[in-house]
Ligand binder design. Structure first.
Ligand code: GLN
Length: 295
């Protein structure tokens, strides 16, 4: 193994605690931060042990099969594969969701959209709200909203059959299968009916921004989930055409956007008759969500 030769990380009788420190050092030297956290996650994955085990059993020796597994994961991480894809799951809004190569890795920034959507649902106090997630991917937004809203029913749509499979598994994993459906299709083409809440995190990266993307994103998130045409706005234009027929009276739409897209997305929505849009910033102070209501 290449890495094993270049870093004598796990020579005979390395302890769990030493392995963890060495992996963290290798990750930090490669600029993979937070290195200590990533090291802990890789060690737990390779050994099947918990964080608590690492505290009370830190002096135990790392076994050979575990060391081999750890090296493979570490090599993948050093080749820029995100930690969630190596582990095969990620936390989103407190839920542990499956992540595969077919879906966008759920981002912490998107949790803000969920916060806003849940605040809207709480304010509306509907007895059985209907929710539509367009371009659901892993199903992260739908899982989070349904999980926090016990009476709600949710429909997720995605163009990718493989993503639909992941979304269905995640809904099932969260105990939400009986209150949800996943449909494979192009945006709202196959959807009829009215929804109280419509959410979407469409692909919105503009073509000229591709070069600035981190390798973790450009090489590992599916292109279908990232790129929204020359100006990144193609999907908003497509989606907006259907909002009028899909949004129930009193309902609201929450769209994730790129940091410089608020004015354009507000304009697109306004050209479809949705005025009084509001824009919310993420924790980094960047515009992240546009919302409109059907008053
Ligand atoms: N927020 C993601 C990123 O900037 C992009 C996701 C998307 O296009 N919807 O990496």
């Amino acid at each position: 193994m290449k890495l094993a030769k270049s870093f004598p990380l796990f020579s005979a009788s390395v302890t769990l605690g030493q392995a963890r420190a060495r992996v963290a050092a290798v990750l930090a030297a490669a600029g993979k931060e937070p290195a200590a956290l990533e090291s802990r996650l890789l060690l737990e994955d390779a050994t099947g042990l918990t964080s608590l085990d690492f505290v009370i059993r830190a002096d135990e020796t790392l076994g050979d099969p575990q060391a081999a597994r750890l090296l493979i994961s570490l090599e993948r991480r050093l080749r820029d594969e995100p930690i969630s894809r190596i582990l095969g799951h990620n936390d989103f809004y407190g839920l542990d969701l499956i992540v595969t190569r077919d879906v966008l890795d759920p981002r912490a920034d998107t949790e803000m959209l969920v916060d806003r959507a849940l605040a809207f649902l709480r304010e509306r106090r509907l007895s059985r709200p209907k929710i539509l997630d367009l371009g659901t991917g892993s199903g992260a937004i739908l899982c989070a909203v349904l999980h926090a809203t016990p009476q709600a029913f949710g429909l997720g749509v995605d163009l990718s059959p493989a993503a639909c499979e992941v979304a269905a598994k995640n809904l099932d994993r969260c105990g939400l299968a009986s209150r949800s459906s996943i449909i494979c299709g192009c945006w709202a083409d196959a959807i009829s009916g009215c929804f109280d809440l419509i959410v979407a995190n469409p692909p919105y990266i503009a073509r000229p921004e591709t070069a600035a993307l981190a390798p973790e994103v450009v090489r590992h998130d599916p292109a279908l989930a990232l790129f929204g045409g020359e100006d990144g706005l193609d999907c908003y234009r497509l989606l907006a055409r259907d909002f009028g027929r899909l949004l129930a009276k009193g309902g609201a739409i929450f769209l994730e956007i790129g940091a410089r897209q608020a004015a354009s997305v507000v304009e697109i929505l306004s050209s479809e008759g949705f005025r009084d849009a509001a824009v919310f910033k993420d924790h980094g102070g960047r515009d992240r969500v546009v919302t409109v209501r059907n008053i």
